[in-house]
Design a protein around this ligand. Structure first.
Ligand code: MG
Length: 159
C-alpha cells in the first residue's frame, strides 16, 4: 500500500550558531536556533515520514521539553523514525524536499546532503530530491531571519 506524507519546518537564524542542514555542517555566519541542532530539512523529512505512518508529529515523539534531545543530532532522530517505518514492515520509496533560504547558497551542498541522508533513509541518493529556493526577499525567510523546509515522502506499507 503506497502512503504519502508531507512535512514542513521553519527555524530562526541566530548569529554565531552552527548551521546544520540535511545532516551537514554548512559554513555560514549564522545557524538555526532550536532545542536540537535545528536541522529544519531533517525535521521536515521526519514529519513527512511520521505523516505517512499516520503518526503524530516530531514534537510529540521528541519533545523539546525533554533534556535528552537538547543539542540532539537530528540525523540520529531521523534514524529512529526510519526504524518506526521498518517496524511496520514499510519501505521508503523516495523523498523530495525544498529548502527555502536567502543565504547561504545551498546548491553546492546538495550532493553531500543527499549522500548524508541516503544511508539513514536506506534509499539511494537518486531517490532523494532536494531543491533550494530563495524567498525573493519576502517575509522572515526573505529577510534572512529564518530558513524553511518542505518535504514529501512516499512509503510502501504492507496491506
Ligand atoms: Mg524543527
Amino acid at each position: 500500500m503506497p502512503k504519502i506524507g508531507i512535512g514542513y519546518d521553519i527555524h530562526r537564524l541566530e548569529a554565531g550558531r552552527r548551521l546544520v542542514l540535511g545532516g551537514l555542517d554548512i559554513p555560514f555566519s549564522a545557524g538555526l536556533f532550536g532545542h536540537s541542532d535545528g536541522d529544519a530539512l531533517v525535521h521536515a523529512v521526519m514529519d513527512a515520514l511520521l505523516g505517512a505512518l499516520g503518526e503524530s508529529d516530531i514534537g510529540a515523539h521528541f519533545p523539546d521539553t525533554d533534556p535528552q534531545y537538547k543539542g540532539a543530532r537530528s540525523i540520529g532522530l531521523l534514524d529512529e523514525v526510519v526504524g518506526l517505518v521498518r517496524e511496520r514492515g514499510g519501505e521508503i520509496a523516495n523523498v523530495d524536499a525544498v529548502i527555502v533560504a536567502e543565504e547561504p547558497k545551498m546548491g553546492p551542498h546538495i550532493p553531500a546532503m543527499k549522500a548524508a541522508l541516503a544511508p539513514v533513509l536506506g534509499i539511494p541518493a537518486s531517490s532523494i530530491g532536494i531543491k533550494a529556493k530563495t524567498n525573493e526577499g519576502l517575509g522572515a525567510v526573505g529577510e534572512k531571519r529564518a530558513i524553511a523546509c518542505y518535504a514529501v515522502v512516499l512509503i510502501e506499507l504492507p496491506d
